[in-house]
Each structure stands twice: as C-alpha cells, then as structure tokens.
Design a protein around this ligand. Structure first.
Ligand SMILES: [Zn+2]
Length: 580
C-alpha cells in the first residue's frame, strides 16, 4: 500500500496537503490541491453517474448552515456527542473511548460517560503527554455553533450531515415524485464535525464532503425491481454473527445473504452491490474491500440494519468509507413531531378496499336548544366516537353521557340516528422508511490514492513509483511530449494539447528532460496516457500513444486523438483493442 509514499507524492504534486500550512496548520483540515480538486470532482461525478443518471435519483442542494430547531428535531442538538476527558495537568483533551481503546485494547464505543470514567480509574489510564490524571468523562456536542443574523436570538449550526436537508424538504420532494414510492434523492456537499482531537490525517476531518442518497420506500415492501439481476453477485460480508464469534468475513451471493437473513432487505443489499461496483471503478482491489455489519450496540436504536463498506489501509487498519443503513421512519417522524407538518405519502391500493362505515346523522331541532354554543363541538365529539359505544349505551342506559369542558351532557336516541354505508377506500397515508447509502468522499479519495500507489520497473529498467489512478477519474488524461524539445515538434505538440483541451480533456505539455524522465513524471501523478510527437510525425501526421500501466505503444493519426482518448478514458475500448 504505502501510506507514507502516497502522502509524500500527494503533498509534493498537489493532490492533498494540510490546510493553513504557513500558519502552522490546524488539525482536521486538508486542502485539495490543483490535481486533488479535479480528482475529487471526477470521483463525485462518477458517483452522480451511478446514483443520479443510472438510479434516477435527482440531486438537491440545501444550505450548510441550519437553524437550531431543525437539528433539535433530528436529535443532533441533544445526542450528537462524543465522550471527552481532559488532562488535569497539561490540559490536553482526548476522546475518552479512543484513549481507553489505545491503552487497554478494548472496544468501548457507545458506553455511558460514568462507565468510561470508571474504566479510566480502574485501569489507571493517564495522559499520553505527561502521564497526568484524567478528568471525569463528559459528553460534548460535535457541531460547530454559529449565529444567524446579529441579534443573537437565532442560533445556527454547520450541518453535521447532508441527509437532514433532504428530510426537511421531504414534502416538496415527495410532491416532485408525485408521491410514488420508492423514490430517491441525493445531495453532495460539505458537512462539519468539531472533532475533539483529530489525529488521523484525512481520515478524520472537521470539514468533509459527503455524498448521500435517501431512498424512500414503502415499509411493507422493501423488494427491489432489479433484484433478479444481482442475485448471483458475490459480496465479502462480515456479519454480526461472524464478528461476535471471532470468525472471518464470508463470501456470499446476494441470494444467499437475503435467504439466510444476513442482510435485511433487497433494497439494502442492492445498495451494497452498487457501493461495491463503485469502489471497483475506483481501482480499489477486491481483497481490500469488505462489508461489516454494525453490532447491536453500535447501531442507532431506530435502525433495522447497517453495513459499512470498509477499506483496508496500512496506516489505520480497516476504515469505514461508506455507511449503508435502513433508518426506518425515524427521521421523518421526528420532523413530523417537531414541525407539526404532515410528511406522509398517500399509498394507493392496487385494488380499492370496500369497508362498511357507520355514520351518525343529527337531529338539529334537539341539538340547538340543548347544546347552544357547544353544538359544533358536540357534533365533532360524537362523530369521532365509535358508533358501537353510543348504540350500546342507548341499549343499556337509554342515554349516552359525555363532557364538553366542564359541562356534562346526556342524549338519547332522539338526538342521533346511525346509517351504515359501504365505502370504497383507494389507499392510506403512510410514513416511508428510508434506505441510506452515505459516502465519505474524502476517505474514498484517500483510499483511491492509497490503493493506486504502485511500485514496479519502467520500460527502461528503472524503479518506478506511481499512482495507478483509473483513467475515468484521473485528473490529467494525457501527457503530450515532443520527443525532443525543438521545433517543429514543440509546435505540433502544443497544437495537440489545445485540441484535446477544447474537447474537454485535461492534457499537459511537458518538454523538459529526457523522454524517460517525462514519462516518469506523468506516471507519478497518474496520467493514464502519454502521446509522443517525433520526427516522423511531421510527414505521417501520426503520434505514439503509450499506456501507463502496460508500456504498450500504438501509432495513431493525430486527427483521431480526441475520439480515441475519450473512448479509452470512458472504457468503451481497451488499449489492446485500439486500432493503429
Ligand atoms: Zn497531560
């Protein structure tokens, strides 16, 4: 893998580097440099190809600053916390669960503060800096707090996840899809978590990018229309069962995973397959990917089933890069409760149901004199009372008694008669469940770079270290190299560069040093193809294309280059299939 080597190339060649470097930096913030910015966009656009173009989920963009009440409703104001402890001597702060795990190698995530305090005391865990005594553990909120406006009356927070922007706009989104379940919506963008003491480079950032899809489904039907197509797909699954019994992950087909109830629904397993395919496109090898199921105590209380796509790293072990969860109706119900808005959808039955309904009709001549101002209220109460209850009371007592405020009333069957009618019911209102794939884009970029790092020997027999980034996401698609840095070769090469750029392909001209040096420079930053202009080019108007990964070379006409590079990058043809 080579975390150090890859990070060194990343910093030196402009993929990723710590932010605010000239002011000594701040932990938990990273810049995407000139190449990293493009790589990030290419990965996000590949994601859009999967979720927006192929799955048909439209994309929204909600604000990154949210008013307090929205995050109170979602539970973040009260529950989005980490346990912290502080050194009483040097005042260094620690995530309590992390310092315990590091000291005694025990999983304690999710335990209450008092228990963590006790574990620290019982095991005599001290400050990593100065061995000072650690304070009792307390929870602190991970959200960045700010003010909306200057009056000081409205508190806002930087959003801790993109998902809430979708739930809050659910009413409009549902209308957009004409209430027809299932439907999905995506959002890509920045989220913020004020991590206590991030010590894991790009793995734990305070400002990070998420790509999330919220797929709204009928709670009684979590089947997937394309399930038949993925039944034989194999997944590396590390289920609760295997984890709790200290076993290894197992390879299962989708069909077996569903039939043996390892994965809870077709809707969920379909998302595992999509995630798997996406990671494959990024060049992350099979053996470095697994899906780990959340253990019962690690899963949110409202969730039915959660799986993390994890990638193997040499520096941080297995790292979660995608979370796939069945969040049930928790979020929508929370927002229904707090906003008092109806966030349900109308589910139409395939065939309308017939039901027998008993409806009261009122004798208004009696109502007026008896109830006076309470008359409308009396009708409302009686309409909402089970007719059986009133009829039974007439039979037994001859009357029916009820209260409006402090007034007690008594009626007999001269006030009210009942009619039974058969009615047709077309459907019912339901609150959808949510299946959510949540992608951590920064961790995905890190994993992509990490697993692209390759060492081998060049065609000239020299040791080569480079980023084998798949062409579809590589920031620069082609390097244009004149064989020697002289006219007319330079002119021809620069013309080719301009033509490719006009065709929306980022290419780079490099004329300095030996051709071997220039190949090495292009390889290092992951440029998949190099085009060499030589003296024959002047007459035959042809150039040589070289494949970064195989050193294979082919000679093609300059005029065909834009279409050839495009086809190669998009994977419509392989280099071997390319005709000279
Ligand atoms: Zn200390």
């Amino acid at each position: 893998m080579g975390n150090e080597e890859m990070m060194s190339i990343s910093k030196k060649r402009g993929f990723l580097y710590p932010s605010f470097e000239i002011y000594s930096g701040v932990a938990g913030f990273y810049d995407y440099g000139p190449l990293g910015g493009i790589l990030k966009n290419n990965i996000m656009n590949l994601w859009r190809k999967y979720y927006v173009a192929r799955e048909g989920f439209y994309e929204i963009e909600a604000p990154t600053i949210m008013p307090r009440e929205t995050l109170k409703a979602s539970g973040h104001v009260d529950n989005f916390t980490d346990p912290m402890t502080q050194c009483t001597e040097c005042h260094e702060v620690y995530r309590a669960d992390h310092i315990i795990e590091a000291a005694i190698n025990k999983e304690v995530e999710g335990l209450p503060d008092e228990e963590l305090t006790k574990i620290i005391e019982d095991n005599n865990i001290v400050c990593e800096n100065c061995e000072g005594k650690l304070s009792p553990v307390r929870s602190y909120n991970l959200m960045f707090k700010t003010e909306i406006g200057v009056s000081g009356k409205q508190i806002g927070y930087m959003r801790p996840e993109t998902a809430q922007g979708i739930f809050i706009a659910f009413k409009r989104i549902s209308r957009f899809y004409k209430d027809k379940l299932p439907f999905g919506i995506v959002q890509l963008g920045k989220s913020y978590r004020n991590e206590l003491s991030p010590r894991q480079g790009v793995i734990r950032l305070r400002e990070f990018t998420q790509a999330e899809a919220e797929i709204f489904v009928d709670p009684s039907d979590k089947s997937h229309r394309y399930y038949k197509n993925i039944e034989d797909y194999e997944l590396e699954l590390y289920s609760q069962e295997e984890q709790l019994n200290d076993k290894k992950p197992v390879k299962l087909t989708v069909k077996d995973a569903i039939e043996s109830n390892v994965v809870s629904s077709e809707m969920l397993v379909y998302q595992l397959v999509l995630a798997r395919e996406f990671l494959k496109d990024l060049g992350i090898p099979n053996e470095a990917i697994r899906f780990r199921q959340h253990l019962p105590d690690e899963m949110a209380h409202y969730a039915i089933d959660c799986w993390d796509a994890e990638v193997k790293t040499d520096q941080y072990g297995w790292v979660e890069i995608i979370g796939i969860a069945d969040r049930t109706d928790f979020d929508l119900k929370s927002h229904i409760k707090h906003s008092k808005e109806d966030l349900s959808v109308f589910k139409e039955y395939d065939t309308p149901k017939k039901v027998v309904k008993t409806k009261p009709s009122f004798n208004m001549k009696k109502f007026g004199p008896t109830f006076k101002g309470d008359s409308p209220k009396a009708k409302e109460i009686l309409e909402n009372t089970d007719s059986e209850v009133i009829i039974d009371s007439f039979k037994i007592n001859g009357t029916y008694k009820f209260n409006i405020g402090d007034n007690e009333y008594e009626i007999d069957d001269s006030f009210i008669t009942f009619e039974t009618k058969e009615e047709e019911i077309r459907g019912e209102r339901i609150v959808p469940h949510v299946i959510e794939p949540s992608y951590g884009i920064d961790r995905i970029i890190y994993s992509t770079l990490l697993h692209s790092y390759t060492e081998d020997v060049s065609e000239e027999g020299e040791k080569r270290a480079y980023l084998k980034i798949p062409a579809i996401i590589a920031p620069i698609k082609v390097a244009i190299l004149p064989l020697v840095n002289k006219e007319p070769l330079v002119d021809i090469a620069k013309d080719i560069e301009i033509t490719l750029r006009e065709n929306n392909m980022i290419s780079s001209f490099d004329g300095s040093g030996t051709i071997g040096r220039r190949y090495a420079r292009a390889d290092e930053i992951g440029v998949p193809f190099a085009v060499t202009v030589d003296y024959d080019t002047i007459d035959d108007k042809k150039v040589t294309i070289r494949n970064r990964d195989t050193f294979e070379q082919k000679r093609v006409a300059i005029r065909r280059l834009p279409i050839i590079i495009k086809e190669l990058v998009e994977g419509n043809i392989t280099f071997e299939e390319l005709e000279e």
